[in-house]
Ligand binder design. Structure first.
Ligand code: SF4
Length: 114
């Protein structure tokens, strides 16, 4: 019997629709002003930790993909992603790998990370 795979991805938006660009075609403009419930507009530490744990537990494939989406996800800052990688490394099963990707224009790379 073939092994059952449940390959899936979840796109997580650590800063919601916030972005430091202003593309004319952007469908997020009307969403950028939506009030977020955490100080600084960045996802609190508990959420990515819970998400990473649940995503790893639910994944059956050898590679467990993580996709950080936006707006511009790297506006969450370098420390946010350092903590996320720390959670991923701590929870990653020994026989699995965890590729991570940013979905954004990454223009904030040229700005100082918080
Ligand atoms: S980079 Fe993306 S989220 Fe930012 S303004 Fe352009 S289309 Fe919108």
């Amino acid at each position: 019997m073939a092994a059952e795979f449940r390959e899936f991805q979840i796109f997580v938006k650590p800063v919601g629709a916030r972005c430091n660009l202003n593309c004319s075609y952007c469908y997020y403009h009307e969403k950028m002003d939506i009030e977020v419930t955490v100080p600084g507009g960045i996802m609190s530490d508990e959420v990515p930790e819970r998400y990473i744990r649940q995503h790893i537990e639910a994944s059956t494939e050898p590679e467990i993909f993580f996709s950080w989406h936006g707006g511009e996800p790297i506006l969450a800052g370098l420390d946010f992603f350092r903590r996320a990688v720390t959670f991923q490394k701590a929870l990653m099963p020994a026989d699995r790998t965890i590729p991570s990707a940013f979905s954004g224009l990454s223009a904030a790379v040229f700005l100082p990370w918080r």
